[in-house]
Structure formats: structure tokens, C-alpha cells
Design a protein. Sequence first.
Length: 315
Amino acid sequence: MFEATYSKNKKDYKLQKGTVKVMTEVVKVQGLQKKFGKFQALSDVAFRVATGEVVGFIGPNGSGKSTTVRILLGIIKRDAGIAEIFGRDVWKDSIEIHKRISYVPGDVSLWGNLTGGEIIDLFMKLHGSGDKKKRDHLIDRFELDPKKKAKTYSKGNRQKVGLIAALSVDSDLYIFDEPTSGLDPLMEQVFQEEVEKIKESGKAILLSSHILSEVERLADKVAIIRQGEIVETGSLDELRHLTRSTITLETDGDVSEMADLKGVFNFEQKDNQATFSADNQHFNDILMKASKLGVKKFEAVPPTLEDLFMRHYEG
């Protein structure tokens, strides 16, 4: 087994003994800025995506997600900063970059008089690669009728066409911007399973989604954007240290003695059972105090991605 070490000077990777697999940088965003008139849409946005990695890019409408994605796709030009895919500038080298990426927007527009199957084949042909067996497999999985004309499709079916076309080609980077918009929960599950497959094959994925449970399931790292600025970035485990876990505790002794401990917040008691939030760095003191009271029940639930998200948006 080998691990990769990165040489900043030569920009290459060398194999050494170890157990960590090689991961190369696919997307690099650093100090990204964009103005529309006097409105500062993006201010110092920075994140990276590596091979075999899913990065969740989350934020509400108007936070700058779509502007960032459009810059990465070479649709609009940045004002300042670095935006690279495969080590190439996203504006200058957009044509070459597009040969190696798949993109699905939140609202797929289609040619109304073509059938879903014809559009999928056209997208695959325009991309320059595609697997017809995989296409047929995905049509079955997403339960799409490819013989119907696109003008008869619901929003959910239009999304299915975009997803099937994107997943049927062999790309090195997949950019999904609200990809499951309009899909029912069963189809969301199918999408998540397919993303896990391409991740396992070593592909890089940037996932922008308002469905936080979807990001929490798929993402290795998250970048939370607020008013054009990245306010948190890192793995979910790293970010969970920034918020409090929810603890349910039942004791033989008087559980109310826990209320005044350092690191305990929002204490609520019913009979001899209490529910409260706690800072992770104070867990040891909380456990020691609880053990002296005689623990009958102890449950600790780590914060969810929604908790992390709301930390920056509540109020």
C-alpha cells in the first residue's frame, strides 16, 4: 500500500509506503471575488475538491452558490482570485475543461419536440463519450419514459433527463447544482446511490444542494457560504466540534445538579430525566458528574449538518 506526498515546487505526487490512497486536486478556488454593479456577490471565496471526494457547497438562495458555479463553468468572468479545474484557468481554458466534466443545473431546460431518449443521446454525443448500457440502466433506475416528448415532462422528469445524461458519460468532475430539485424521495435515493458509485471510482464531485440530509450523507467535506463569503469549511467531523451535542440523561440521583455544570446549556428536566446541549470539550466533566449520580440512561447525539448550517443563518 502507498500514500501520496505532494511537492509544492514540482506540483507532482510521489508514492511512499503507507495506507492512504492518492488524491489529486481537481478544483481550486481561492480569493474568488465577483461584483454585479455595486453589489458584491462574492468576497474571498475559497475551497478545493480532490479526486474521490464529494464537497458539499451549501447556502440559501442569494448566498453566492450559483454565481460560484457559473464562474467555474466559464459562463461568467471573475473579478479577482483563482478559479482552476484540472490546473487550468476556468475562463481561458473552459472548452478543454468542459470535455472532462458533467454538469446538472437545478432546472434543466430541454428541447420540447425531442423525446427524453433523443435528448440524452444528444447530450452524450456533444460530450464525446458515453456508455449506452449505463444509459439504459439509469433510465430504468430513474423510471423515465424515454419515448415521451420533453414538452410533456414534469420538472422532476426534466431533472431525470439531465441526471441520466450526466451520469452516463465518463467525466473526471461532476458538478451538481440542486440536482434533485423536483424529484420524489425515492428518486433522490437513486441519485445518492449513483453518486456514491462515481465517488468510489475516484471521480471528484461538487454538490450544491438545499437538502442538507443529502449533503450530510454524501459529502466528505462541506463549504458553507453566507452573503458571498465562506463561513465554514472542513469535514463534517471537524465542523461538529464547533457546535454542541444533544444529551439525554437519566440518573438515580438528582439530575438537576447537572444544570449548573460548565458547558451545559438549554437544560430541561422532567422527573429525573434531563435533556440539554453540551460543548464537546466539557464531556469528560459531564460524564464524571453523571457517574456520581448513578447513570440509568445516557444518550449523546452529535450535531447535524442542519445544526451547523443554522448556526450561521438563525435570525
